[in-house]
Design a protein around this ligand. Structure first.
Ligand SMILES: Nc1ncnc2c1ncn2[C@@H]1O[C@H](COP(=O)(O)OP(=O)(O)OP(=O)(O)O)[C@@H](O)[C@H]1O
Length: 334
């Protein structure tokens, strides 16, 4: 039995306050992370979502302790992951976007060399079996498919039985079956008490796995909460096509917003059932067949697209100057 160290005093395994990251200096510099606050509890699975370039990886790397922030604080298991690396590193597992293991080593050799650098490592065979790579142990890394390499990255992140697992786009490049297997494994790890912070472009992945999530845009968190909280208040959508000749004009639908393009009608409503009832009643009364009728509740995808589009239309925040003492760090870690 391994001994687990006590949780951080706040009860949060990950705590991020007013985090900033700036690459480069002066006018050529780029302020990629602009005041991010996050808190992740023990055993929680938290997903970081965002558009391309939103700052997810830049944020994740700071939380993993791979670079120092330009401003703000990060605490992982009660420690600064950059300055107190020795205290944090043995207790976390990191799956980067590119593991970058030497191509000439076999899968088993990679596991053994990684295991030699990992304290309290589980047997290499066990880690490979967990991700379904046991049968590929004798194959050189360069001969693995993209999806198999992702699974090797995950196996190596799991070697040290981490209390906190960081997954940067874990299922990118996996086929649907391998993705489902990774989801099962992540759920099992979470059920065993592992805290997981992941970034993903797959909204379905966040919907399936996340207890809570944050949506980033332009280096900031624009929305955070459970999937239900993020979706709440977003309108449901009804779409249909009117027949070519309709004597009747569309009915007033209380609380709904109609958009008509030619014969195609889109109705956005927060009261899906009553709007649908009124619409179908009108169609029935006038003997109108609504073509390609589709009615669906708001999904995380719709909420994400709406939130990203709202955020994109907001003015860019002012870029505070990077503190001089931190400038030496700028441009590192990529
Ligand atoms: N080393 C670097 N130097 C300068 N700019 C960088 C560097 N690394 C990242 N950036 C910029 O910082 C911004 C955030 O990048 P980051 O990789 O964190 O975004 P992301 O949300 O992970 O994006 P994606 O979903 O595309 O992976 C981007 O505009 C990127 O071009």
């Amino acid at each position: 039995m391994e001994t687990r160290q006590p949780p951080a005093p706040s009860g949060h395994v990950i705590e991020v306050t007013d985090l900033h990251r700036r690459y480069g200096t002066g006018t050529a510099g780029y302020h990629a992370v602009r005041g991010v606050d996050l808190a992740v509890g023990r055993g929680e699975l938290f997903a970081l979502l965002g558009t391309n370039g939103a700052g997810k990886t830049s944020t994740l790397e700071l939380i993993e302790g791979l670079a120092a922030p330009s401003g703000g604080t990060v605490r992982v298991l009660g420690h600064d992951p950059y300055r107190e690396r020795a205290a944090v590193r043995p207790r976390i597992g990191i799956m980067l976007q590119e593991g970058g293991f030497p191509g000439d080593l076999t899968v088993a050799e990679t596991g053994r060399s990684w295991s030699g650098m990992t304290s309290g490592a589980r047997p290499v065979e066990e880690a490979l079996e967990l991700v379904g790579l046991g049968h590929r142990r004798g194959v050189r890394v360069k001969q693995l498919s993209g999806g198999e390499r992702r699974r090797l990255d995950l196996a190596m992140a799991l070697l040290g039985r981490p209390e906190v697992l960081f997954l940067d786009e874990p299922s990118t490049g996996l086929d649907p079956e391998a993705r489902a297997a990774v989801w099962r494994l992540v759920r099992e790890l979470r059920a065993q008490g592992t805290t997981v912070l992941l970034t993903t472009h797959y909204l379905e992945e966040a919907e399936e796995l996340a207890d809570r999530l944050a949506i980033m845009h332009g280096g900031q968190v624009v929305t955070t909460g459970t999937v239900a909280e993020v979706i709440a208040g977003r309108p449901s959508r009804i779409t249909f096509e009117l027949p070519e000749f309709t004597g009747a004009s569309l009915p007033p639908l209380a609380g709904a917003e109609l958009t008509v393009e030619g014969r195609k009608v889109t109705v956005q409503t927060t009261g899906l059932q009553s709007t649908l009832f009124d619409l179908l009643g009108w169609a029935h009364h006038h003997g109108i067949a609504l073509g390609a009728l589709d009615a669906r509740s708001a999904s995380l995808e719709e909420a994400f697209l709406a939130i990203a589009s709202e955020a994109a239309h907001r003015p860019e925040p002012e870029t505070p100057a990077a503190p001089a003492a931190r400038r030496r760090l700028i441009g590192s870690a990529r």
